[in-house]
Design a binder for this molecule. Structure first.
Ligand SMILES: Nc1ncnc2c1ncn2[C@@H]1O[C@H](COP(=O)(O)OP(=O)(O)OP(=O)(O)O)[C@@H](O)[C@H]1O
Length: 244
């Protein structure tokens, strides 16, 4: 059974069908890329999965539960985690405290009020930082990190609570080629514990890390398949030579 199933999802904004009958299946242990021209509906689909809006029609099932109308908090509790395109680390806090807060935020008010939670979560915080090469910057202010490091910190925060599925919206936006390469290296090991749905404009990056791709065009799915299948899809080649 798929970990995530999107079935016939439509999102209408006035006269615009931002999503038009979209189907998508993501299996545990896989990285799934969403690609397509500007305005094709990639972010709208990611937001529908994350709970940023409720689809006009259609159904979204995660880990066996219908989450179509669940709140973002309910989705997060059930194992969905999201990092949006815009960096959202708390610049005035230390790198360490950003991850600590991310962990505490999934624990509910009781744990937040317990002073011991900082001590209890120390190992988890350091593990999350270590995986993203930030352990030696734990005491630095998050705002002092480079742009790429801030993106990695945010991914570390999204992964720290141990989600079953991570949603990433253009995580390499604004990164140097070297930072993109490192991002691919840092994401690869998480596959053993967490599936990924990722929106990216950098086709080389997404082709290197994803098992499957779904191509959107004007709110519709143009094709879904392995990287090789999508690369050989003539309709996909046509939209990419036409508009991207
Ligand atoms: N809140 C909104 N209100 C009205 N229209 C919206 C809203 N959000 C998105 N849209 C429109 O829906 C369409 C799909 O937008 P979306 O951001 O999902 O595309 P995208 O594929 O992620 O684009 P990009 O690659 O440029 O980020 C666009 O025409 C966009 O203008």
């Amino acid at each position: 059974m798929a970990l995530l199933t999107v079935a016939g999802v439509t999102k209408v904004y006035g006269p615009l069908r931002a999503l038009d009958g979209v189907d998508l299946e993501v299996h545990a242990g896989t990285f799934h890329g969403l690609i397509g021209p500007n305005g094709s509906g990639k972010s709208t689909l990611l937001k529908a999965i994350a709970g940023g809006h409720v689809p006009t029609t259609g159904r979204i099932t995660f880990d066996g539960t219908d989450i179509t109308t669940a709140t973002p908090f309910q989705r997060s509790r059930s194992g969905l985690s999201l990092k949006f395109q815009i960096t959202a680390v708390l610049a005035e806090l230390s790198v360490y405290d950003n991850v600590l807060l991310a962990l505490q935020s999934t624990e509910g008010y009781g744990a937040l009020l317990r002073s011991r939670s900082r001590h209890r979560l120390h190992d988890d915080v350091m593990l999350a930082l270590d995986r993203f090469r930030l352990a030696d910057k734990a005491d630095d202010l998050a705002g002092a990190l480079s742009h790429g490091e801030q993106q990695w910190l945010e991914i570390a925060m999204a992964l720290a609570p141990g989600p079953k599925l991570l949603l990433l919206d253009e995580p390499t936006g604004g990164m140097s080629p070297e930072e993109r390469r490192v991002t691919g290296e840092l994401l690869a090991p998480i596959k053993s514990e967490c599936a990924l749905v990722i929106v990216e404009h950098d086709l080389d990056f997404i082709k290197n890390i994803c098992d499957r791709l779904t191509v959107l065009d004007q709110g519709k799915v143009l094709g879904t398949g392995t990287v090789a299948e999508i690369e050989g899809n003539s309709r996909v080649q046509e939209i990419y030579t036409r508009r991207v």
